[in-house]
Write a protein that binds this ligand. Sequence first.
Ligand code: ADP
Ligand code: MG
Length: 248
Amino acid sequence: MIEVKGLSKAFGEKEVLKQISADFEAGVTSLVIGASGSGKSTLARCLVGLIEPDEGEVLYDGRDFVHMTAKERKTVRKEIGFLFQGSALFDYFTVRENVRFPLDILTDLSSKEKEMRVDSVLERVELTEAHALYPSELSGGMKKRVGIARAISPKPRYLFCDEPNSGLDPQTSIIIDALIQEITKENEMTTLVITHDMNSVIEIGEYIMFIHYGEKWWEGTNQEIMETDNKEILDFVNASGMMTRKRM
Ligand code: ADP
Ligand code: MG
């Protein structure tokens, strides 16, 4: 699990994160939602050490990431998988080479072990047939699945996904969301998904944290978010064009 305690970050005068605390549990796909500019990406960047918070702690299964040495951080970073916006695949690598890449840089596995690992994750995301294709030959949903396969091939304990549904149609989005949630459970990963997609919130929202101007404004489940009277949440939901309340 990842525990966040009293995390604050300002850029100059501007307080972007204000005393954020939250527990992200293993085996759960936690969603971080909020309007554009609310601080979601800044939170994710603080969690993985791309920027330093001004205050607070980030504990990776009890290990205080903010205050550890660079060497200790490297160990934790190797346990984190990333699914980037737009998949960020290497265009000149095949599907198979893309998925093998993190194994080459992060693990000491033998070549045979790596190939076996690649085969097993490609099978998991149903891309065995596509292993020799290049990204330009794939659909958006397939690229996203390669991104997932690449993120999980080194067996990370933690997975960060920034807007995994950007550029996908609603049906493909549901498939990708479900896949992330299933893999999170199968591997007991601690998964954080940054999203503004209300469909994801409804489909896989086991734990949702809503950020409003850098504050943790609300947390709860998809069931609870449909019943809340919190004004800022309702504004956010309405802005996304979805009616969640009192559907009859
Ligand atoms: P979100 O991901 O929710 O859209 P961000 O975390 O990217 O929001 O940004 C939150 C706020 O912090 C925005 O007002 C943004 O302009 C500001 N911000 C983000 N990064 C920086 C930075 N490196 N320097 C100054 N301001 C920043
Ligand atoms: Mg962002």
